[in-house]
Structure formats: C-alpha cells, structure tokens
Design a protein around this ligand. Structure first.
Ligand code: FAD
Ligand code: SF4
Length: 937
C-alpha cells in the first residue's frame, strides 16, 4: 500500500504496464511511528482540519483519525514551520521513536503491473454553486458533508448538532436537495443518486438527537430507488420529518435565522425561516479527472467521469484499465463495494496466467500450549465518545479488578486502531495471557481483527470473548448513563466467567470442488459463467427456459441507445462455444445438499433426465419478470400495455406504431400497492419509450403521470431531453392515483393535475403502465438452499453494504434481478462481482471452517433426529454408528446458531466456545454482583 502519493504516468500494454508514482514525503518514518500522538500535542502551529471539513483545527503534524490506515502520523508541509522556514522542529526531540525525518524528499517509483483499477472517487461541488444559498456568508448554512462530520460521534462536535453562529441547538432545519446536481448551471446535469438517501439518514440522525426539531426536506423527486430504500423514507416520515416537493430559489440571512424561499408545484412562492440549512450537495467528478485521463489515456464522459459502456460498465476505453466506484458515476457504498469486487474479478481474469506467483503467505507463531492457570486480560474500549459519553469506562474497567482469573486489565480510546491492536498483542505476550475479554463494539465487525491479533500473539483465535457495550449499552441506553454502566459491568463480569471455560478449538480446512453451479442464464448468469471461465473455472449453467438471455430479450435497446438483440446474440454464442461452460436448458434444480466447497445438486431436465453435479459454489441469477397489476384495465383492454409491450410495438414495422397520444402511468402496482418497493428501472423505461415515440412522431402527445421520476445518474439527461421534446410529466400522490376506465369504446384516464389543481379526464389512444418487477421462483430455491429472502421475496444478502453479493449461506452468491430490481449495467457489474467472490474458494482450493460449530457427543445421542429436522442450514446429518442412528455435524456448513444444542433432549450437543458449562457460568455470574475474592497467588 502506497499512501500520500500521486500517479504520474501509465505506459505499456495490458499484462505489462509500468506505472510511475510520486511518493510525497510524510517527514515521518512510517516503520518507526507508533501513532502515540505526543508530537501533535507539542506542535505549536494550528491549521484548519481538512478531514473534518474545516470544522476544527488540527496541527501540521497529525493523523486524520485514530483508525486511519496506515496508523502513521504525517506532516502537512504547507503549514509546518520547519518545512516552510527551517525553524521549530519541536516534534523531533519529543518523538520517543525517533520517527521524525525532515530529510525526506519526494520520491518517484516505477511499478510493474498487469492491470490498473481506477477508483479515485468523487470531487466536491464548487463553492460558487452554493452561494445562492448563502453558503460561506451565513455560518448556519452547511453542506451535508459538514453536517455528516458534525453528527459523527468522533467528529469535532462529538456528535452534537449545533448552530455555528452561536452554538445553540437548532429548533428548525431545512434540507435542500439537488444542490450541484440536476443543474446545468454548474454543468452537472446528472443526478448524484445518493443525496436523497443521505439526506433522509441525516434528518433521522438529527431527529434522534432532538425529537422536537422541525425538519423539512425540499425536493424535486425523492430518489430512494435502491433495495429497501423507500422504507427509510417511511421511517423518517414516521419520526416527523416533512417532505415538500418544491424548487428552492435561495436562502438569505434573516435576523438570527435564515430565510428559505421556494416555489411549490401549484406555482405559489413561499418563504420560511430556519435555524439551520443543510445543502444536499452532489458528487462531482474528481478534480484531477482530466489529469488522470491524460496520464492513463482513458476517455471521460461529458461530465468528466470515466466513460464506460452499458454492456461493459467497468471497462474504460483503455484495455487493461478498469474503473470502480464514484469515478464511474455517482453511487452509494453497496454499489461501490460491488464494483470493487467486480473489478477484482475482471483483473483476476486478465492476469489468470500469473495466478499464484509472487504471493507472500502470512505466517503465525506456533500456538502456545494452554497452561492450567487461567490468565485473563480484559480490555475496555471508549470507542471515542461512542461508548465513553454514556458508559463510565474506567468504572467498568475497575470492576474486573480481583475477579477470578483476571491478571491484567486496561482501557483504550479505540481498541481497533492499529496502535491499540499492537498493544493488545504486546500485552498478551508480556502478561502471558491465555484468554482475552474485549468490551467494545460489535463482534460482527471487529471480532475477526481481534482474533487475528490473538493468532499473531501465539494464541488460538477462539480464546477471545467480546462484549458489545456500545450497541447493547451506550447506544440503547443513551439516556441512562448509570444503568448503561451497570449493564456494562454485568456483561463484562459474565464474559469473564465464560472466558474461564474457554478452550482452544481446532482449525479445519476442507477441499473445494473447482466448479460452479449457476442458476439462471439471463445476462447475469451468463456474465458469471464467462467471467469464471476466463479465470479458468468450469461451470454448469442451468436455465429453466428454452433459450438463454432472460429479460434482456424483451428489450429492444437501452436508454443510451445500445441495441440489445445483437449484443445478446453474441453473448449467447460466446457462452455456448466456451469449453468451460456446460449449458442445461429447460432444466431446474431438484435437489441440493452439501456445504461450501462440496455441494452436490441434482438438476432435472424437462424430459425427466437428471444430472448430479458436484460443485464448490452456487450463483443464483434467477432474475425476474414483469408484474401485472390489477385495476388498470391491463388484462381487459388491448390499448393498455406494459412498457415492455410498448417497446416491442415501437420496435415493430407498423406505420402507426407511434400512438398519436399516450398516457404513461408510473408505479402502477408498485410502491405501496401490490408491490411495496420501487422497481428502479421503470422510470428510465418510460423515458426511453417516450423518446422513441417522439422520434417516430414528434407531434405525438406523451403524458407521464409519476410519483417521483427516478431517472438517477446519467439517465437524468434523457429525462431532460424528453421534457425538451415536449413530453409532459405530471406528478400524482398515492392517495390520488390515476384511474383508467373504458368509456364507450374510448379509453379514459382521470387524474388530478397538481398544476391546475383540478381533475383532468383524457382519452388517449394508448395507456402504458410502468408495472415493476417481481422475482422469479425465489421461494422454492430459498427452501432448497436454506437461503433467506426479503419481505419482497428477493434474496437477502449477507450484509447490505459490505457483502452485497454473498448470501448468509457460505458458498452461495446472488446477482441481477434475483437480488433486487436493477438496470442492465448494474446487473452486469453485480454479476462480475458475484463471479469474483465465487472464484475465491475456487482459487484457494480449500476453505477453512469456522472453529465454532456444534459438536455431537455420540454416546449421549439417542438418534431422535430433532436436531437434523430443526437445523436451518441442513448441517446435521443422521448416520449409522454400530447400526444405531446418530447425529453428526457437517462442520463446513454449520453456522453455530445453537438451535440443535438447545433442542437436544439428552444434552448430547454442545457448541464449541458456548458449552453448557460456560453458559451456566455466565448466568451464575449475572446474579453474582459482588466481586469475587482475589485468588491467592
Ligand atoms: C419489465 C422489465 C423492464 C426492464 N427495463 C429495463 C430498461 O429499460 N433498462 C435497463 O437497463 N434494464 C431494464 N430491465 C432490467 C434488465 O432487464 C435486467 O437488469 C437484466 O436483464 C437482468 O438480468 P438477470 O440475468 O438478472 O435476470 P433475467 O434476465 O430475468 O434472467 C434470469 C434467467 O433465469 C432463468 N431462471 C429463473 N428461475 C430459474 C430456475 N429456478 N432455474 C433455472 N433458471 C431459472 C430465467 O428463465 C431467465 O432466463 C428491465 C427488466 C424488466 C423485467
Ligand atoms: S415507476 Fe418504477 S422506477 Fe419509477 S418510481 Fe415507480 S417503481 Fe420506481
């Protein structure tokens, strides 16, 4: 990892690039710096803290935040008196590690690489664009990024929402959407895609701080098109956040307050005073985008983001250079993470010949044999002020003094920061600890880090017990500090009791069958198969239909006018010709068993033939299909079409294929009716068809009735073009939905026009419904694979943000419409990500099994099979031992949920790390509030 560095040049060709990089001097030797922070305390100079958006001061010698990677301080040369004037150097003698090195010079290095991933993120909206909102003039007008830092617990305001002008807590706040987005005035005609969601989040955080604060979000369209995003808006509304559809003309200082002027849909101009105004600023192309383009040779689009193509969304115009994240176009975390995985997979395919070369395997010291003596170390974390602002951390730490087995205890500001992790390792060695209790945050996110530290210190990684005093104490009892502290002490005491019984658990690995089973052969499934094939892996592609291609076959072209049929044909031909891909059409999964690396499936063909496939991983790409809502005359009247049917008609040869008049109804059956969610693609689909109609017959009357036009990203260009070409867009509210009826022989649409403020009746030639997407057959697959679904019957990913293409069942991945509605380019990127993730166990050839699994004591087992019938992961099998039925755990697929253990009538099953004795010790400790007598030495 090279930080504090700039790209200078890229030369060469795919597989053989030379990258020139300039390393800027940090003036600190990274190998010597222990991140103790003493230097910052002594540095006499102040400067504005750029990391905290200038909301605080820092010193020239500093670290941006405690968990920064690498955890090494650096000196900002623009403010350092030594660098600027050759004076000061106070930090030099202060640093005990002798890490300060003012002799460092910029250094240019050349690196040989086979491929390049560009992920320089996004830039910031120019201050000039913000001026009309009095940004810079009045301190209580802040950007959403500044507000984010303000509400961050570890930020300069320690999470408190305060007016900059006088420090008071605001009683009224306005969020203004689309600042620097959807605005040709600043050349940002696109929608930044993320601002509606972050504004909702920030508004909810402000409400959590002060439920009485009056918050209004001023918007043009609320674009919460992501999976389950609309639920966030509903939650915000339930908390009292108001949403007003309006255009904000400006913000002006007004006495102590700010005055916001806006115009509503019905043409009224209004104003309202606010204590604070938050500008939902968009994501701009990175400032040095042009420079990056010059250095690498890649093309940029007209907004200066990397230019890519719908069908290869992550490939730049230079072969071997791919792009991920916001530089490809504004996007949120799950999509950025997805793209990052996808580019890793693409690069792995490009460099397949080099696989395995140059790998350095991490080595660990041998595990120390366990002494008889229990030696527990307790580490209590402040988590900045996340825990410490509520829980009395010192009191919690002091409470373990004298507890049986506890030989060492301490606290730390951030237990997960690099210096604290090093301290943990050092203390384990120094005090010969053989069990560790960490009272901090969630084991879900941090346990792997601490387990790794135990391994580095020569301990088995299962000798750790984490107590979540953040989520379970400081967060949920934020208003009751004493109770939160008491509860923290209880939890820590119980953890210590449990830790006494901890034993090392064995590490196991199982070999992986190097083949994938891919279910569904739409664009997603085919992309996965081709990507894996490129990496040298075989797959079996199972398609229940007659031919490959899925929903893409329904489309004639994409919004950016790519013709789909020829692309699909080429792709199908590529899949069929690939020797690594075995295609089974008119086939479905009939049976499924096994665990990651070792699955066995039965695939049945229509004629009755069955194939058993052994495979290491599964990718679900079963897609979706159009929903057909009731109540819009869709089945009754041939002049009512879905957008897909309209697209087909428009692509035909008939002379009158472009109607003289058409009304399109968005969200027909979606977002609250039969489907609760937004299908993400239908707004683009409507705009696409509207533009085609206008191209065929500019005189056609096209009216689109919508709730929010969700033409996010670059699709905003097409939305603007449609308006310029005369397509009329009229919003409607959920409680005043348009009604489609048949009057005589005429089709009639009645709706409430919010501009005219009256009911309007129209008799168009056609009505097109944007009907939404429903998943295909996910319920059956969910039962077979024991993979959970969302309420809307899409597959539920393991972690929305961090593991967006993995399912909770190890070795099972998801992409495309099976995961949630999305357009073609996002489907392809997600499929590439799923392939990249699925390739990991295939490349490794073996998977390590989590040591905490259920263990059956077969002497006690009476073979009743209750455990096998209850296990949600199919991880208990019944086998014959000496002619008797006995339960046995399939360790590789066991998720350690404990259901088997808690239901076994003979207590024959215990969980590694959670034995009955340990649980009993924990419960006993709960009642035992008195500190135990110290054990005699
Ligand atoms: C009505 C509609 C309109 C759309 N409009 C647009 C648009 O305008 N612009 C845009 O960019 N995107 C649009 N999309 C989205 C785009 O089509 C998808 O992103 C993409 O095609 C999804 O690909 P997929 O492979 O995930 O799913 P699909 O294309 O649905 O493919 C899934 C495949 O899996 C098969 N399958 C299902 N279940 C099983 C099973 N149990 N066993 C075996 N095979 C199975 C199916 O037969 C199908 O062939 C639209 C989608 C729909 C449905
Ligand atoms: S029409 Fe479709 S994409 Fe547009 S807001 Fe409604 S459900 Fe979402």
């Amino acid at each position: 990892m090279i930080t504090n560095a700039d790209l200078l040049a890229l030369d060469g060709k795919p597989g053989d690039f030379t990258v020139k990089v300039r390393k800027r001097p940090r003036y600190i030797d990274a190998d010597k710096c222990t991140a103790c922070g003493l230097c910052t305390q002594y540095c006499p100079k102040h400067l504005s803290d750029a990391y905290n958006e200038g909301l605080a001061l820092t010193r020239p010698i500093h670290i941006d935040y405690a968990q920064a990677v690498p955890a090494t301080y650096y000196i900002d040369p623009s403010a350092c008196m030594s660098v600027q004037h050759d004076t000061c150097q106070i930090c030099v003698p202060v640093c005990q590690s002798h890490a300060i090195d003012f002799s460092q010079q910029p250094e240019e290095v050349e690196i040989k690489v086979g491929a390049m991933v560009l992920s320089p993120g996004f830039g910031r909206i120019d201050d000039a664009t913000l001026e009309k909102y009095s940004y810079g003039e009045h301190p209580d007008v802040v950007t959403a990024v500044e507000f984010e830092r303000m509400t961050t617990a570890s930020g300069p305001f320690l999470g408190e929402v305060k007016c900059f002008s006088d420090g008071r807590h605001p009683k009224s706040m306005a969020f203004i959407q689309c600042v620097g987005s959807r605005d040709l005035g600043c050349n940002n005609g696109y929608c930044s895609s993320v601002c509606c969601m972050y504004a909702i989040k920030e508004a909810m955080v402000a409400k959590e701080h002060d439920p009485e604060v009056d918050i209004t979000v001023y918007y043009m369209d609320i674009r919460t098109q992501g999976k389950d995003f609309d639920k966030a808006r509903e939650r915000a509304e339930a908390m009292g956040v108001k949403f007003v559809r309006a255009k904000v003309a400006g913000v002006t200082p007004w006495g102590n307050n700010l005055r916001l002027t806006y115009s509503t849909l019905d043409g009224k101009h209004e104003f309202k005073p606010y204590d604070m105004v938050v500008l939902s600023v968009g994501l701009e192309a990175p400032k040095d985008a042009q420079g990056i383009a010059e250095m690498t040779g890649i093309e940029l689009n007209h907004y200066d983001f990397a230019k890519t193509d719908t069908f290869s969304p992550l490939n730049t115009s230079v072969e071997g250079v791919v792009v991920a994240g916001a530089f490809q176009g504004p996007k949120d975390i799950p999509e950025s993470v997805t793209q990052a995985s996808a580019t890793a997979g693409i690069v792995a395919g490009m460099l397949q010949q080099q696989r395995g070369l140059g790998i350095v395997h991490k080595s660990y010291p041998d595990e120390k044999p366990m002494d008889e003596e229990v030696r527990i170390g307790v580490f209590v974390c402040h988590c900045g002020i996340n825990i410490a602002s509520v829980v009395d951390v010192r009191k919690v730490e002091d409470s373990v003094e004298g507890m049986e087995g506890v030989v060492y205890h301490t606290d730390s500001l951030y237990s997960c920061s690099a210096d604290a992790v090093k301290t943990l390792k050092d203390r384990i060695i120094e005090h010969n600890l053989n069990r560790v209790v960490i009272a901090a945050c969630s084991p879900r996110t941090h346990e792997p880090l601490f387990q790794e530290t135990l391994k580095d210190a020569g301990l088995n990684r299962c000798l750790i017990e984490m107590v979540n005093i953040r989520d379970q104490c400081s967060w949920v009892h934020a208003g009751e500090p004493e109770a939160a502290t008491d509860k923290s002490q209880d939890l820590v005491r119980m953890a210590v009791a449990k830790a006494r019984g901890m034993r090392p658990l064995p590490e196991q690995t199982v070999p992986v069958t190097p083949k994938a089973l891919i279910i569904g052969a739409g664009i997603a499934g085919m992309t996965v198969a081709l990507n894996l094939a490129e990496q040298g892996f075989d797959s079996v592609l199972v398609e229940k239909g007659e031919k490959l291609g899925g929903s893409l076959g329904l489309l004639n072209h994409t919004l950016d006018t790519h013709e789909t049929a020829s692309h699909l044909q080429k792709l199908v031909a590529k899949v069929e010709a690939n020797k690594h891909i075995d295609v089974l059409t008119k086939a479905e999964l009939k049976d499924f068993s096994g665990f990651i690396g070792n699955f066995s499936s039965v695939v049945g063909e229509e004629g009755g033939a069955e194939h058993t496939v052994d495979h290491g991983v599964v990718v679900l790409a079963t897609g979706g299909h159009e929903h057909r809502p009731e109540g819009y005359q869709l089945e009754e009247n041939s002049k009512v079409l879905t957008q897909t049917e309209l697209e087909k008609r428009l692509a035909g040869k008939a002379k009158n294929r472009a109607p003289k008049s058409i009304v399109m109804i968005q969200c027909a059956g979606s977002r609250g009716d039969d489907l609760k969610y937004c299908s993400k693609v239908c707004c683009n689909h409507a705009v696409k068809n509207a533009l085609t109609i206008k191209e065929l017959n500019p005189a056609s009357q096209v009216i689109v009735l919508y709730r929010d036009m969700r033409t996010y990203g670059y699709a905003e260009d097409a939305y603007r073009e449609a308006r310029l070409k005369g397509v009329i867009f009229i919003p409607y509210e959920l409680d005043r939905k348009p009604v489609v009826s048949e009057e005589g022989k005429k089709l009639q649409v009645t709706f409430f026009d919010s501009l005219l403020q009256e009911e309007v009746e129209m008799t168009p030639e056609l009505v097109a419904l944007s009907v939404g997407i429903v998943p295909d057959g996910t319920e059956d697959l969910s039962k077979l694979l024991k993979a959970p679904l969302t309420d809307d019957r899409f597959f539920l990913e393991a972690h929305v943000k961090l593991r967006p293409v993995e399912l909770p069942v190890s070795g099972v991945y998801v992409c495309g419409l099976a995961h949630g509605p999305k357009p073609v380019d996002e489907t392809i990127a997600q499929a590439q990500a799923a392939a990249a993730k699925a390739a990991i166990p295939l490349v490794k050839g073996a998977v390590s099994i989590d040591p905490i699994v259920s263990v059956v004591e077969q002497e006690k087992c009476i073979g009743c099979g209750i455990c096998a019938s209850l296990c949600p992961f199919g991880s208990i099998e019944m086998i014959k031992v000496d002619k008797k039925r006995k339960a046995q755990t399939i360790a590789a697929s066991c998720k350690a949920c404990g259901i088997c253990s808690s239901h076994c009538p003979t207590f024959a099953i215990s969980m590694g790390g959670f034995t009955n004795e340990q649980i009993m010790d924990q419960i006993t400790a709960f009642g035992n509030v008195k500190v135990a007598e110290p054990v005699e030495a």
